[in-house]
Design a protein around this ligand. Structure first.
Ligand code: SF4
Length: 532
């Protein structure tokens, strides 16, 4: 047993290692990145487990599936919107007979600190009909991850660990247990269950449904779903999930009577336990980070005369992150008095590109090239360069999901807009920009794709791109872009006039062109110098 202070992400990583992890795969995405970063560091010092960045979340998930097929334990981690990318293998892997334990750690971002939405991954676990564990502390993040591998092998399904930003990125004490050895290599004994032809898939789906009662029995009796204060005289009760428990406990001493409290940390939610808990209560407050998932479910399983309060009823804000003050207000407690510092006015600090960032130089050239085109469209993507939406650049008009810049540019051009420029980073291009480019190549769509090659995954802290920058031009040429409409430029102020002129020329070309604007991220250069 050893005690240490870890990030929530690191607690998941160490829990996986101590569960006998063989391999971990991921695509960087805030707030899940630190899981794989920890494992990569761990491998450097211990020689194991395999820990790799992948092209995207789907490829990461499929590689983890291969490890499971071989009988060994695998972890795949991603941010919540990454699960959309991996949704195909995730949903289908619920039907196959998982061999080595497979755990998918998904970090949600309520409050959208660094994301396009605040979707709640518990619904995805429910959708796939698999077990989801939701830690409320760093210790639980470690313990639940360890347990998740055992559950995966017991129920032969993938198990989800659902984190949220505030846990993933805070530090807390973790007492680690004795590490378990890796599984031996043992190919799946039921290979047909991995072949989801309709006849097999129908059988497997039925088998998954047949296992649901056993899963519910597990969550009904597991220590993650607990009741305290059952003998309280209060007719008001509180149900918490995940981190909301901590915010509730922080306010508990100010309540005149401690209400009965049910905490749910494992799903499928224990419907019978909830019914028993609600029993004689007249009013129940549901505190959950994310969507009103449990609150909605409650409406179907408790008597209609019990008042259910939560995000959907308007007793808790419907969006954003919870915190102790929000929970305090929803409990009907007076706000705590804060400290007011007279005369202190903090200047606003909007996010912005680093001073001298190569993306800024590219945006300067784009804006100059598009001058005089009032109908010009610049679709963008997800990375540091999304900040090109803000002053002083005001250079982009869309950012929807990974890779969407390319497909959207094609659609906008085919709808009749001109000129159309798609802006995408090198890593995002390799993640999911290549496939829509196939479509644009096939139609020779009149658009210009500008790949901002900063030689790294800048926004998540400088992880390596899946293929080196030097191969990008060859890759694009190999896809079929003609040499006279494929340019590699240096994104630097001294080349601004030339870069603007090349862009301008390609905007006049009524077909597809690709421009790669290269210059390394300043932060990566700085880190490289510090390391050497
Ligand atoms: S981290 Fe790199 S890519 Fe991102 S804004 Fe800073 S210099 Fe630009």
């Amino acid at each position: 047993m050893s005690e240490m202070v870890l990030l929530g992400d690191e607690a998941v990583a160490l829990g996986a290692v101590h569960a006998g992890l063989t391999a971990a795969y991921a695509y960087p995405g805030t707030p899940s990145t630190e899981i794989t970063e920890y494992l990569i560091r761990y491998r450097r010092t211990h020689g194991t487990p395999i820990a790799q960045w992948c092209a995207n979340e789907k490829t990461a998930y499929e590689e983890a599936l291969g490890v499971s097929f071989a009988g060994r334990r695998a972890l795949v981690s991603m941010k919540h919107v990454g699960l959309n990318v991996a949704a195909d293998p995730f949903m289908n892997s619920a039907l196959i007979t998982i061999n080595g334990g497979l755990v998918v750690a998904v970090a949600d971002d309520p409050g959208m600190h660094s994301s396009q939405n605040e979707q709640d991954s518990r619904l995805f676990a429910d959708f796939a009909r698999v077990i989801c564990l939701e830690p409320s502390s760093h210790q639980q993040a470690y313990d639940m991850t360890r347990e998740a591998f055992d559950l995966s092998e017991r129920f032969q399904i993938p198990i989800m660990i659902r984190l949220v930003t505030r846990l993933a990125h805070s530090r807390g004490n973790v007492t680690a247990g004795r590490p378990r050895a890796e599984n031996p290599l043992a190919k799946s004994a039921t290979p047909a269950s991995w072949i989801l032809l309709p006849a097999n898939a129908r059988r497997q789906w039925r088998a998954l449904l047949d296992r649901q009662p056993e899963m519910r029995r597990y969550t009904a009796s597991c220590p993650h779903n607990t009741v305290t204060g059952a003998d309280s005289p209060s007719a008001f009760g509180v149900i918490t999930t995940g981190l909301a428990r901590n915010y509730y406990i922080e306010n508990l001493e100010d309540l005149a009577v401690a209400p009965p409290h049910l905490h749910v940390g494992a799903y499928p939610f224990p419907a019978d336990a909830i019914r028993a808990f609600v029993g004689r209560l007249r009013r129940v407050l549901v505190l959950e980070e994310g969507y009103p998932y449990l609150e909605r479910a409650l409406r179907g399983i408790v008597p209609p005369d019990v008042r259910i309060e939560g995000r959907e009823s308007g007793h808790v804000p419907p969006d954003g992150e919870l915190n102790p003050d929000i929970v305090r207000a929803s409990l009907g407690l007076e706000a705590r008095r804060g400290l007011t510092i007279e005369g202190l006015v903090l200047p606003p600090r909007p996010p912005q590109l680093c001073a001298g960032c190569p993306h800024g130089d590219s945006f300067h050239s784009v804006t100059a090239a598009l001058a005089g085109f009032p109908d010009a469209v610049v679709t963008s993507d997800i990375g540091c360069y999304t900040l090109g939406a803000l002053p002083p650049y005001n250079a982009i008009q869309s950012c929807v999901c990974m890779g969407a810049s390319v497909g959207m540019a094609k659609g906008a051009a085919e709808a009749g807009l001109h000129p159309v420029v798609a802006v995408i980073g090198d890593s995002t291009f390799l993640h999911s920009g290549v496939t829509p480019l196939f479509d644009a190549i096939t139609e020779d769509t009149p658009m210009t794709l500008l790949i901002l090659d900063n030689k790294t995954v800048g926004m998540t802290g400088g992880q390596p791109t899946i293929r080196p920058s030097s191969q990008l031009e060859g890759l694009v040429r190999g896809l079929g872009i003609p040499a006279d409409h494929l340019h590699v430029l240096e994104a630097h102020p001294r080349h601004d006039a030339h870069n603007t002129e090349v862009l301008r020329r390609e905007l006049d070309h009524r077909g597809l062109s690709v421009i790669i604007a290269v210059r390394e991220c300043l932060e990566t250069i700085k880190r490289g110098k510090q390391a050497s």
